[in-house]
Design a protein around this ligand. Sequence first.
Ligand code: FE2
Length: 374
Amino acid sequence: MATAAHSAAKTTRDFLPLKGTDHVEFYVGNARQAAHFYRTAFGMSLVAYAGPETGKRDRASYVLKQGKVRFVFTTSLRPGSNIAEHVAKHGDGVRVIALEVEDARHAWIETTARGARSVSSPSESADESGRVITASIAAYGDTIHTFVERGHYNGPFLPGFRSEPEDKLARPTGLKHVDHMVGNVGWHAMDEWVEFYANVMGFQLYQHFDDKDISTEYSALMSKVMSNGNGYVKFPINEPAEGRRKSQIEEYLEFYQGPGVQHIALATDDILFTVAQMQAQGVDFLTVPHSYYTELAGRVGPIDEPIEELERLGILVDRDDEGYMLQIFTRPVEDRPTLFYEIIQRKGSRSFGKGNFKALFEAIEREQALRGNL
Ligand code: FE2
């Protein structure tokens, strides 16, 4: 059963107030080329850069932005570094989910006191644009959370990054902000990470889905959505469940070589425009059968968007008692079947598209079968 828990009363002070997702940093094999893809296909703008030209001898990092979505693509310039090892093991993937806070020292002290493993203790950096304090703790797999305190900084990203001129290559697609970021964890590990987000970071259970909600003929998974106090940051956590064949979560864990970020959901105010633009710019999306759309009006009732348009673009719709939401999923954006994206537009609904799980997972399994991994 899906359980909505978002009315849960808050009884304690939020010891980890978050202002939102500050940025997501990816470790990749070739940051220059990855950045090109996200500029031309996703429509992000290059806003800052750090590398040998700015005094960083071991790496190059490209900072891309669209709306409030900020991605950093970092590559190692030499073998043997933790960046190079991360890429060798996982392929291109998310290393850092950075969260903006008022007080990074406080965030680090509160979370480490509750059992978080410190990855880096609070440190201050500064340049002519001001100063920033960052601190990091470990999350699932090799993923980390970095707390970023940037209230006294007005540079393009962080000290040490140079600002880039207006990006002529970027082709904007209307992406606004990160809606949620999903982690895949191993067998029976979901509750351990749910407890981590509850106990260490003060998050609350927002919704949960069991294997009856999320199963097809072949496979199943379970998911719990954790949300911070103000609801700006939501982390669903998935684990595999027993099925007749290998689940999409197991495929991910095999190719990512462990737990990690499965998908990033990016919000738009105009999903018809965003998806049409991204498709025209070369982003591959999953498709669902025609029958999904013949049943759609009966399932979700009246909606603003023409159903033929939705079908042409492959956009899915779900409704709950608060409204409806539109969503679509890309294919994995690397050769390993690991990280993919969701594009989402919320029209009242705060849910995650439970009514689409079956159609969606069958679409994912058709792709898994093509890869010989089902
Ligand atoms: Fe999602």
